[in-house]
Design a protein around this ligand. Sequence first.
Ligand code: NAP
Length: 244
Amino acid sequence: MNESANRRLMGKVALVTGAGRGIGRAIAEMFEREGATVIATARGAAHNLGPAVNYQQLDVASEAGWQSVVAGVVASHGRLDVLVNNAGIIGYEAPHELTLDSWNDVVATNQTGVWLGMREVIPSMQSGGGGSIINVSSIWGSVAVAGAHAYHASKGAVLNMSKNAAITYAQNNIRVNSLVPGFIETPLTDGQADEINKAVIANTPLGRAGATDEIAYGALFLASDESSFVTGAELVIDGGYLAQ
Ligand code: NAP
């Protein structure tokens, strides 16, 4: 058997948001290695992505941005098989400290961005006979730490939005699942207060932070045909955090 026959995403076209660094970058690079044509997007300039990665700028909160990027992908590749809604931001304000602006920023990226992405890719998945949408939520989508009110709201919404879309588009063979990371070492967590990071890791049964590839392997499964009977699920990769 030749090498390409063993690659798990051969022939698929995948768009990944927030792929400039961290989890999204690991997903984009793993998908590329597994044979997919990857369109890696992020809000800012490309962050030293390998030359093989097709990078495009996309602020997921921008309706016009989504329309133009998805139209471009479909025009160039004729199809779109996989969407990974990964872009996300966090803030640690409690409800009484939040400003409307910071609430709106978090919801626009983490929640509205997920909806806009699904809305824009679904017509081409319907006409292409199906697809896989992977929405990145968080352990904070179903359990709480103090503060981070807008983040909790948005990540909880992503879990339910994914289930709704899974049911709505099952008849089109479009699978929609949530990917639920625990604490993963990335620029996002590197930028957080040390005491927050130490507390979350101390509460993680496997006793350590996760690596970005440990999340990317979950995305790979959900993107591939190996998960052809998986929809409306929450794939939790958290070192045991939510099992407690
Ligand atoms: P990260 O290192 O901060 O990377 C986030 C990426 O998202 C960056 O490439 C950033 O683009 C992009 N981004 C932010 N706002 C955007 C916007 N409006 N439009 C487009 N792209 C935007 O974060 P991460 O830790 O890899 O997190 C990735 C996802 O996993 C997020 O949804 C996060 O909530 C979730 N998650 C992370 C953890 C964790 O422990 N790390 C745990 C649970 C869930 P620029 O580089 O251009 O700014």
